[in-house]
Design a protein around this ligand. Structure first.
Ligand code: GMT
Length: 376
């Protein structure tokens, strides 16, 4: 099929899922066209079926805010027409679902019936989307998509609770290309470069937004390192990074905390990791937790949003109430207390991650596209 994918081309989870999906579809023989304002960070053009179309913004001094939706929907119309796309799959409702609706109307006038699939990712519903400034338009675009999917049951429930939704919402869990996380595929895991042989490695990966509670990561680590010699890897960048650094300094543990910034080598970093920490305020799914589990890393997380659908309490890691630093530190120590326990959690994490493997989820999206195609 000929499929257009619209997403944020950044390190955020929705962009990563969209990019991995597009690459997998292209591998499966579909023709995939990314329509974004930059080349998505994880996109590698290994397949001749992959195309990238930049959304170009025209700056004009009159505008305090540039009308991105206009540029995006115009680009969608151009690309759909030129490449005879059958499906537009938009990731993150704001403003992509709204722009897709506009593109669909413009294309209708040209006699083209493009089908729109909207995938809800989390903050487009829970944090940003439900804000009064956006709520009406977000509900409208969800209700006018041909198919709507949410990345967890929890996100579906949140959407139905926060908006007046008349459309069906299908749950399609996020997925992982498990082969990318096989330790063997990264050669020898050179953890010696980051920690002493007797030290454990804890890792956090995020965009350092307030919702990730990155200061909780530092506080949990501060407690853990008092009992177990360890290092903390902080991967990613964002508004709370400075505060996390300041807290690590204040607590006297800055020499044990390594801030690595944004990375395209998350799989490699995870292969060094013993425990992954994700103390988020809310998380519709927690793709970072799944990536960790695929790399045989148990997860210490909160029980918010869709995290319990990914991280199984007492099996692949532990779940705690939001902000319960003490509980998360104790749970980390439980996992790290001896090699046998750590190995058991690692193996459970990896086995559970396989349930979310690409080969299970990709056919679900293909079926959705196919069901729309017969309606053409
Ligand atoms: O977590 C973020 O701030 C990024 C955000 C995004 O849209 O890029 O992530 C959301 O989508 C991911 C992929 O579906 C989910 O795994 C994350 O849980 C979700 N984030 C939140 O709900 C906070």
């Amino acid at each position: 099929m000929r499929i257009g994918i619209v997403c944020y081309p950044t390190f955020g989870g929705s962009g990563v899922v969209a990019t991995e999906l597009g690459m997998a579809l292209a591998d499966n023989g579909h023709e995939v066209h990314f329509i974004t304002y930059n080349q998505p960070v994880r996109l590698d053009f290994i397949s001749h079926n992959l195309h990238f179309h930049e959304v170009i913004m025209e700056e004009y001094p009159l505008f305090q805010y540039q009308p991105y939706e206009l540029a995006l929907s115009t680009r969608m119309v151009e690309v759909v027409e030129k490449h005879q796309l059958e499906i537009l799959h938009v990731h993150y409702a704001i403003p992509h679902a709204y722009a897709a609706y506009m593109a669909k109307q413009m294309l209708k006038e040209k006699g083209i019936d493009i089908k729109v699939v909207t995938t809800l990712h989390g903050t487009d519903i829970t944090l940003v989307g439900s804000h009064p400034s956006y709520k009406t338009a977000v509900a409208f675009s969800i209700n006018h998509s041909d198919v709507v999917t949410a990345v967890s049951k929890s996100l579906k429930e949140d959407t139905l609770r926060l908006f007046h939704i008349t459309n069906e919402i299908k749950v399609v869990h996020n997925f992982i290309d498990i082969d990318k996380y096989l330790k063997e595929s990264h050669g020898e895991c050179q953890r010696i470069a980051l920690a002493e042989p007797e030290e454990r490695i804890l890792t956090h990966v995020s965009n350092f937004r307030p919702v990730k509670r990155t200061q909780d990561v530092i506080k949990i680590f501060e407690r853990v390192q008092k009992t177990v010699p360890s290092k903390l890897l902080m991967v990613g960048d964002g508004p709370e990074k400075r505060n996390a650094e300041l807290l690590a300094k204040k607590l006297g543990i800055y020499d044990k905390v390594i801030f690595l910034g944004n990375s395209n080598e998350v799989a490699k970093i995870l292969c060094y990791t013993d425990v992954f920490i994700l103390p988020s305020e809310t998380e519709s799914f927690g793709l970072a937790a799944l990536e960790a589990m695929a790399a045989e890393t148990p997860v210490i997380s909160t029980n918010s949003g869709g995290l319990p659908e990914v991280n199984v309490h007492g099996v692949t890691g532990f779940l705690s109430p939001i902000g319960d630093i003490e509980d998360m530190a104790n749970n980390t120590l439980t996992i790290l207390k001896n090699d046998e326990t750590l190995e058991r959690f690692k193996s459970n994490a990896k086995n559970h991650a396989k349930k979310f493997s690409l080969k299970n989820i990709l056919p679900i999206y293909e079926e959705i596209y196919e069901s729309l195609r017969v309606k053409v």
